[in-house]
Each structure stands twice: as C-alpha cells, then as structure tokens.
Design a protein around this ligand. Structure first.
Ligand code: ZN
Length: 294
C-alpha cells in the first residue's frame, strides 16, 4: 500500500506553488493516506510499535552542566531514525505532537526536574528556567522553513510549569555555521566539525542570560559535540546549563570515527550496561545534584 510516510516529494508538492496550495493537504490526505513515519504502517502518524522505541531514558555524559547528563528517548537507528528524519528533513509536522510527548516523558524519567529545582535555590541562579533548543544552521532552518525544535521546547516548558517549575522556551543560542546537508547525508564526525565552534549565545533584552538556569533540547545526539558547544556558549554568557534532553542518541561504535566522544559504551561497564535500559531515573545521579553553582 502506498502511504505518505517518508515520501518527501508529496510534502514538497505542497510548497511548490502549484495548483490550489491551500487545499492540497486535504486532497493529499484523501488520496494518499499517511503511513507511520517509522515503519510506514498505514493510517498512523507514529504507530504503537515505533512509539515504543522512544520509551527509554538513555543517559549520556554531558560535561560542564550541573547534572552532568543528557537524556535521550531512543537509540538512533532503524524505525526511530527513520521517523526523526521524516520529521526534521521532510517536514512531517504531524510528528510535532508525538515527539513533544516523547521528550516530556524523558524529562519526567530523568533527574532533571529535581536538578533544576535544586539549582533554582542557589543564590546566584535565576528563574524562570529557559528551555533552549540547540540551534540549527541558518541554511537548515531556511530549508525546513521552520524551527522544528520549538514545539518540543514549548512542550517541555509547559511540562516543567505543571511540575511547579516556572519555565519558558528560549531561543538564546544561534549557529553561525553556513549549514549544508542533513545528518542523513554526512557522518556525525563531519557534522561535528561543521558545527564545532559555531554556536553562540544571544542575549535578548527580555531574557538576560546571567544566572539563568537552562535546560537544552536537541533532536539527535551523535558525538555530543553540538551539546557541548551549547553548554560552553551558555556558560560563556553566564547562564547555568543543568542538562539536556533529546529524542534519540547514536550509539558510538568503539573504534569508529566517532570515538572522540566523551562517552563510549563498553558492554559490561556500569555505564554501558545502562544502555538500552528503559528504566526510569538513574539512582547514581541523585548524588550529583548541584552543591554549588559553577
Ligand atoms: Zn511504525
């Protein structure tokens, strides 16, 4: 059965300035029932089986932030990878809802709410918590025609508010990189090199960064280089990064070109054995909540 998932050309038709651009989505939905963005199963945005792939809370080391960790919902492979690429590269906006739900689920499973609340009590810290999307290159943003991480940042801020932690989405990081091809087409090492050193903090008049407690959100963690750049940029502006959340992370193969990452999973080690676990929080983390800010 032909469905719409993963068929980027159907979506591009919408923006091509062709006939009846405003009614095309409705016509398309009748003519071409959509398929799951992961596995193409008919009539689903993200089927239960693919949704279940995002049910984890995988911890990655993220140095320089209060919790020391980033958390991802899934491993970046197979149908999970396919769904994310459909969302970010083929503009499947119907995934905004499921992915917002997924990333807020990871927030709840992680120790970040606890770390954020503790950090806000520090004398030098200020709320509301800023939920900061990792920046895309200007070229990627232009190609997508939208900032795809903003719906996730908004959902996270809402979820934190529901937990009694005042939070707002805050686009305070920008990429000065020229952009280029998607991660689908370049290796993560190339991507890290391209973005590396090209993320800067943007101080907005109504959103001063000094002392601002922040949590980062990204779609995919590959080498971790992007998030490390984000942490460095936030710290450089006087903000207090506490941790990060992502939809998925790439498991780094030992001996691969991505070995430069600060974390390489090795089976049998305590950290390696947590990989693939769908358990909730990591008890080891509770002792790492902030005792002093920066
Ligand atoms: Zn599916």
């Amino acid at each position: 059965m032909v469905t719409r998932a993963g068929r980027g050309h159907h979506r591009r038709t919408q923006g091509s300035g062709g006939l009846l651009p405003h009614v095309w989505p409705a016509i398309r939905d009748v003519l071409l029932p959509r398929g799951c963005a992961g596995c193409d199963r008919p009539d689903e945005v993200l089927c239960p089986d693919c949704r279940a792939l995002f049910g984890g809370c995988h911890e990655r080391e993220l140095q320089g932030c209060i919790s020391g960790s980033a958390y991802a919902a899934a491993i970046y492979q197979g149908f999970a990878r396919h769904a994310i690429l459909d969302w970010k590269d083929h503009d499947d906006v119907e995934l905004d809802g499921p992915f917002a739900e997924i990333v807020t689920d990871v927030l709840r499973r992680s120790n970040l709410p606890e770390s954020l609340a503790a950090t806000l009590k520090e004398d030098t810290a200020r709320g509301p918590v800023l939920v900061v999307p990792a920046p895309s290159s200007r070229q990627s943003t232009r190609r997508r025609g939208r900032r795809h991480l903003m719906p996730l940042a908004m959902a996270l801020a809402d979820a934190l508010c529901d937990m009694g932690i005042d939070a707002i989405p805050a686009r305070v990081l920008a990429s000065t990189a020229g952009g280029g091809r998607s991660v689908q087409q370049v290796s993560s090492a190339q991507r890290a090199q391209r973005i590396g050193g090209h993320i800067e903090a943007v101080s907005l008049p109504d959103m001063p960064l000094k002392g601002a407690v922040t949590v980062l959100v990204d779609d995919i963690i590959t080498t971790g280089s992007t998030l490390r750049q984000c942490v460095a940029a936030l710290r450089g502006a006087g903000a207090i990064p506490v941790g990060a959340l992502a939809l998925a992370h790439a498991v780094v193969r030992y001996g691969s070109e991505e070995e430069d990452d600060s974390y390489t999973p090795v089976p049998g080690t305590s950290r390696g054995s947590r990989m693939g676990s769908t358990s909730s929080t990591t008890p080891q983390m509770s002792g790492r909540t902030p005792s002093g800010v920066m």
